[in-house]
Ligand binder design. Structure first.
Ligand SMILES: [Zn+2]
Ligand SMILES: [Zn+2]
Length: 180
C-alpha cells in the first residue's frame, strides 16, 4: 500500500487503519501460519520539522507448534514500529557505526511511502525460531513420548536422551506435521 503524504502539513497527523490479507504482503502460508490470514495495521504519519514520523501498529495472531511438546497453540502479537522519513539521498556514515535512528530512517525523493514491505518484514521477523506454548513448557518424555505438561511418567526428572527416544521424538514431529 502506497501512501501519499504530499499534503501533510507540519504538526498535522494522518492516521488510518488497514487490514492486510496474508497474500497481499507476500508471506508464504507454509512458512508463517497467520490466523484468519489477516494482519491489522494502524498507520500514523506525523509531520515534524525535518522529518516525518511513521508509526505502524501491527496486530496479528500466529498459529505455532511448540518446539518442546509439539502442541499447536496461538500467540497474539501487537508490534509497534517507528520509522523516520527524510527527504533526500541516503549518506552512509563511513567510520561511525549506525545509530538507532540511522537504522530506522527511510529516505524518499517524492512524498510517497510503500508500507507493505515494512509490514511483511515485521511479520516474518516476529515468528519465533523455537516457539514455546508457555515459558515453562515441560515438553515430551524423550523415552515414552508422554506430554509432561499433562502427566508424569516414570522417566520424569531423569535426564535421558536415548537414541530410541530421539527417534520417537522425530516420529512424533513428523506425525504432527502430517496431522496439520
Ligand atoms: Zn509446549
Ligand atoms: Zn516417559
Amino acid at each position: 500500500m502506497i501512501i501519499n503524504f504530499k499534503d501533510l502539513k507540519k504538526g498535522r497527523v494522518l492516521e488510518f487503519e488497514k487490514i492486510y490479507l496474508q497474500n497481499e504482503i507476500d508471506v508464504p502460508e507454509n512458512e508463517v501460519d497467520i490466523k484468519d490470514k489477516k494482519i491489522k495495521v494502524n498507520v500514523k504519519l506525523e509531520k515534524r520539522s525535518n522529518f516525518i514520523l511513521l508509526t505502524l501498529n501491527i496486530s496479528f495472531v500466529l498459529k505455532l507448534i511448540c518446539s518442546r511438546c509439539l502442541e499447536n497453540f496461538e500467540k497474539k502479537y501487537d508490534l509497534k514500529e517507528e520509522f523516520y522519513l527524510k527527504k533526500g539521498e541516503e549518506i552512509l556514515p563511513k567510520e561511525k557505526s549506525l545509530s538507532n535512528e540511522d537504522v530506522y530512517t527511510i529516505y524518499y525523493q517524492e512524498e510517497i511511502i510503500d508500507i507493505t514491505p515494512l509490514v511483511r518484514d515485521t511479520v516474518i521477523l516476529a515468528k519465533p525460531l523455537k516457539p514455546l506454548c508457555k515459558e515453562d513448557c515441560k515438553g515430551l518424555c524423550p523415552i515414552c513420548g508422554v506430554n509432561w505438561n499433562y502427566q508424569k511418567c516414570e522417566h520424569f526428572g531423569k535426564k535421558m536422551e536415548t537414541s530410541f527416544g530421539l527417534k520417537l521424538k522425530e516420529a512424533l514431529k513428523n506425525y504432527n506435521k502430517l496431522r496439520r
